[in-house]
Ligand binder design. Structure first.
Ligand code: AMP
Length: 306
């Protein structure tokens, strides 16, 4: 596994793969006859866990060459946020990547990603970028799109793996790729959860015992929302109220938001007549957590007896 520090080296490696065409030799049977070498890109902020591992495994299964990036992106943290406290452990991350069969890790400095004096694209997240996570964290999605655009630019054409854990981010990245017609295929990956339903997150490590016990309330709330939708509830306000009640009843959690949005536009839903997603965020003393769940379509009405 190669450990790369500079953008130039990433460009050199991926360009060489493209010139090579065909496959990397890893799995000769898989893509014999194919013209291209597929690069699978997995962007992360490091401190890898089972959620990241699922993205990497998927990339490994579907790509000739797997590139993982480890970069805590300062541009997506606000002034009062946890940039300095964000967990970092490069040696452990490299070991995990090695075990998962990653071909190369790009772990750049801030100056490599944002070279001083070099103008970079700054895609506009638009109004959806100001809602939910964007409202709680002003400027967050501007920073996210800036770094993702830069990673795509350096990597070149690729398949890029993103988790549904960050559903609003996934929505905005997909829209950027579509609007700018970038040569990137976005591959959405399902949320990986711990045994009590808590979605894996690098920030979970900061939770104390009591906080960790109560952190399951996010998934509990989402599951209640899903159960209501499954039972035929179509009024989003009722689903939102149930989710807010569940998180509100958890002593050390402070609800940030609970909402139902359209799965394809991330706009607020009042009546569930299309594919929808429940989203929640809550603050614990040591970390702010987010989660979401695609809501089941209501069961069809039973056929009337004649
Ligand atoms: P992060 O390091 O938090 O920026 O996450 C890097 C990528 O991993 C993003 O695409 C996340 O959505 C994804 N990810 C984080 N946690 C999970 C999880 N529990 N399940 C699936 N994907 C995840």
């Amino acid at each position: 596994m190669d450990l790369i520090r500079t953008a130039d080296e990433v460009r050199r490696v991926t360009a060489a793969l493209r010139d090579l065409g065909g496959h990397s030799g890893r799995d000769p049977g898989r893509d014999s006859g194919s013209e291209r070498t597929e690069v699978g890109l997995v962007p992360t902020m490091g401190s890898l866990h089972e959620g990241h591992a699922s993205l990497i495994r998927r990339a490994r299964a579907e790509s000739d060459f797997v590139l993982v990036t480890l970069f805590v992106n300062p541009a997506q943290f606000g002034p009062g946020e946890d940039l300095a406290a964000y967990p970092r452990d490069e040696d452990r991350d490299l070991e995990i990547c090695r075990r998962l069969g990653v071909d190369a890790v790009w772990a750049p400095t801030v100056e490599e990603v944002y070279p001083p004096g070099v103008p970079l694209a700054e895609p506009d997240p638009g109004p959806i970028g100001e809602t939910f996570e964007g409202a709680a964290r002003p400027g967050h999605f501007r920073g996210v799109l800036k770094v993702v655009h830069r990673l795509f630019d350096v990597t070149g054409p690729c398949r890029a793996y993103f988790g549904e854990k960050d559903a609003q981010q996934l929505f905005l990245v997909r829209r950027m790729v579509r609007d700018e017609a970038l040569s990137v295929t976005i591959v959405p990956c399902p949320i990986v959860r711990e045994s009590d339903g808590l979605a894996w997150s690098s920030r979970n490590a900061r939770l104390g015992t009591e906080e960790r016990e109560q952190a399951g309330c996010l998934f509990l709330a989402l599951s209640e929302g899903a159960a209501l939708a499954r039972a035929g509830e179509r009024d989003a306000a009722i689903i939102v109220a149930a989710m807010a009640r569940e998180i509100g009843a958890t002593p050390i959690a402070r609800l940030d938001y609970a909402a139902v949005v359209r799965d394809d536009t991330f706009e607020l839903v009042s009546h569930l007549d299309r594919p929808s997603r429940a989203i929640v965020a809550a603050r614990f003393p040591s970390a702010r957590l987010i989660d979401n769940l695609r809501l089941p379509e209501p069961a069809p009405e039973p056929a009337k007896e004649r």
